[in-house]
Design a protein around this ligand. Structure first.
Ligand code: IVH
Length: 672
């Protein structure tokens, strides 16, 4: 081969490789300058030797002359659409329908994938070269948008070949063209600045960008493609959809990193929950989860009906906002005596959960949002968890709505409700207010505290009302006879409760300290305190100043801890807890170094804590947090939208942990 020919070929390969690193793996190996230098060298050589230009040259992504209209492309296999499911029952029915059709009760495996909100396209590769790309159109015929697709850098112009596996002569790949949320906002910002109209959402922006007759406009739009299936593939067959996805990745396409293989339909529903949880933190829009039968043989047997395959369904996310009405505003007394207004509303479903109550926090908040009883309101789940009222739909007012006033007396005990200077919160001043006592006991018994199985709100309420329990210490001297005769309480269930109470004595002291319900002492602060003062009886005597000297302990926490232990009634209660045999001394730190010598690397966004917090957790247990993955890495913890470290971990076979796996590892070493 002559010099220019060889060099041109090398440059093409190098540049295509760097494209792949940058746009598909999101893990560039060279900086922009180096990339530009290589690119210019190739452009120059191709300028000198135009005969040597090939269609897979990276220079060919842009520069095609504008079209007058799009040609049309017929899909060899029609591009179908998907049936929808909106709740768990419909998904269960989907699985049942499949089994009925197959006349088999065998478990069906699935793959769950984010349902990307963009537009579907098909790319045809002949002898490994990108030849034609088209939109879905009506499913049978679409528009030829080849030149526009070429401008998307994550689309390979030539398929990558993996060791010894020949590239099939014809490969049709299907996927979704999308625009990321950040890129979308940036594009709109620029458009507005230039006096142009905004795109309504990323999907419209992606569609508008892909359907430009002048591909140089498309080239300036930040589009991306995730692949999720194939059409005709000659000379290669697949046994599972999972295999299809892996192969697509091997050929150099971007495959979504949140796809999951699921043992059965329940597994797929679990994946749905997880993916819904990631939704907010993803940089692209998804509107559900596609559940597909994994076996291709079964897919073929199942076939399609009315243009949707029987083997796949789109399980849609439910809307995150809904309109409802406020029926009542109740004043609720919490564990600390705070009297909180709570809106009781006509029930609505949000992200699959029935919502009928939302805290209104305090009087000021109600006034700020001008919420009245009878109002039509928009509710949402803040951070997709806690329901909140976003605003009132004022146009719906009839004039009959009633403003809320904080009651002057505690709804539980009738004691005065006061609002202290500088506080937003109203409080019941009675420390033995039954509502407070009940909440305190409920917290003590809760799962993450002493975990007393069966001791629920209804039972606690009866125990307090009947005078059987005044403080948590009374729980441990309860007798089965005292329980029998309470609502729905027979000998057997009474026995179970008593034994659950007794079992809880085995809980470690960190749980106890958290269970006491001292204001501002959550699980983390409980650990911080016990680290320095492992003995609760010693902690009881520590001064505010000494507490404040601890890392992470501020004046509020210190005051609250001091205040709690300063009360004689609380000290008595702790004395009684000790007497019944509850552990008062936390095992020393030395035993909690289970991660010693272990290296963790984090990638992606974690949901429950920041990267820094996670790294601190590892360090506090004797482990190390690394910044890059190597064979010596023990675990890679993967959050949402992981980067190249995830790919690296897979490549090197380093164990991969989800956030919950990671927590399990940490917790296991805590209790070890
Ligand atoms: S599979 C026959 N997988 O949803 C299977 N489609 O309503 C159909 N979509 O036109 C395609 N994400 O635009 C599949 N992971 C995914 C998808 C997905 C988004 C879109 C696609 C399709 C539409 C079907």
């Amino acid at each position: 081969m002559s010099y220019p020919q060889k060099r041109i070929q090398d440059l093409r390969e190098i540049i295509n490789f760097h494209n792949y690193r940058y746009y598909v793996l999101d893990d560039p190996e060279v900086d922009d300058q180096e990339y530009d230098r290589l690119f210019r060298e190739l452009q120059d050589l191709e300028g000198k030797y135009p005969d040597l230009v090939t269609p897979d040259s990276p220079t060919q992504r842009v520069g095609a002359p504008p079209l007058r209209e799009f040609g049309s492309v017929t899909h060899a296999i029609p591009m179908l659409s998907l049936g929808n499911a909106f709740d768990v029952e419909e998904v269960v029915e989907f699985d049942r329908r499949i089994k009925r059709f197959l006349k088999s009760e065998d478990v069906v495996e699935y793959v769950a994938e984010p349902k990307l909100d963009g537009l579907a396209v098909e790319l045809v590769y002949r002898d490994g070269l990108f030849e034609v790309g088209s939109t879905r159109g009506d499913g049978f015929t679409g528009e030829d948008v080849t030149q526009n697709l070429k401008t998307i850098r994550s689309i390979p112009l030539r398929l990558l070949s993996t060791k010894n596996v020949p590239i099939p002569p014809v490969v049709e790949v299907r996927g979704e063209v999308i625009m990321g949320k950040k890129a979308f906002n940036e594009l709109n910002r620029i458009r507005v600045e230039a006096g142009e109209s905004r795109f309504a959402n990323p999907r419209n922006a992606a569609a508008g960008s892909l359907r430009q007759l002048d591909s140089s406009i498309t080239a300036r739009r930040p589009l991306d493609l995730f692949c999720y299936g194939v059409g005709v593939v000659e000379g290669r067959s697949f046994s599972t959809h999972w295999d299809v996805l892996q192969t697509l990745g091997g050929w150099g396409f971007k495959v979504n990193s949140h796809v999951r293989a699921c043992r059965d339909i329940r597994g797929a529903m679990g994946a749905y929950q997880d993916i819904e949880g990631l939704r907010e933190n993803l940089d692209y829009e998804i509107d559900g989860v596609v559940i597909k039968v994994n076996s291709i043989a079964l897919q073929n047997r199942l076939g399609a009906v009315s243009r949707s395959p029987r083997w796949a369904i789109a399980y849609k996310f439910s809307p995150r906002q809904a309109t409802t009405t406020v029926i009542e505003i109740k004043a609720q007394v919490g564990r600390t005596g705070a009297v909180t207004p709570v809106a009781v509303m006509n029930p609505v479903f949000l992200s699959g959960v029935r919502i009928s109550r939302a805290t209104l926090h305090n009087q000021d908040e109600i006034e700020k949002k001008e919420i009245r009883v009878g109002d039509t309101v928009i509710v949402r789940r803040a951070g997709d968890v806690i329901p909140e009222i976003v605003c009132v739909v004022k146009e719906k007012r009839t004039g009959k709505e009633i403003p809320f006033l904080m009651p002057a007396k505690c709804p539980a005990c009738g004691s005065p409700v006061v609002r202290l200077e500088g506080e937003a919160i109203h409080r019941c001043i009675n420390v033995s207010c039954p509502a407070q006592v009940k909440k305190t006991i409920g917290h003590f018994a809760s799962k993450r505290a002493m975990d007393i199985d069966g001791l629920g709100d209804k039972l606690i309420s009866q125990l307090v009302d009947k005078g059987l329990v005044r403080t948590v210490a009374d729980l441990y001297t309860l007798k089965a006879e005292e329980l029998i005769g309470l609502d729905r309480m027979a000998a057997k269930s009474a026995g179970n409760i008593i034994s659950a109470v007794q079992t809880s004595k085995q809980k470690e002291t960190d749980r106890l300290l958290y269970a006491l319900g001292i204001r501002h002492v959550g699980e983390h602060v409980a650990h911080v305190l016990l680290d320095r003062y492992p003995d609760i009886e010693e902690l009881m005597g520590v001064s505010e100043e000494e507490l404040m000297a601890l890392d992470e302990i501020g004046p509020e926490v210190a005051r609250s801890v001091r205040c709690f232990f300063g009360l004689e009634s609380n000290r008595d209660m702790i004395g009684r807890l000790k007497q019944v045999g509850i552990k008062m001394v936390f095992p020393k730190k030395a035993q909690r170094t289970d991660l010693r010598g272990k290296t963790f690397v984090f990638t992606g966004t974690l949901q429950r804590f920041s990267r820094a917090e996670a790294e601190k957790m590892v360090a506090s247990l004797g482990g190390k947090a690394g910044s890059s993955v190597s064979k010596r890495t023990d675990y890679v913890v993967v959050g949402s939208e992981p980067g190249s470290k995830y790919v690296m971990a897979q490549k090197l076979g380093v164990p991969i942990l989800s956030e919950s796996d990671f927590l399990a590892v940490v917790n296991a070493s805590f209790t070890a």
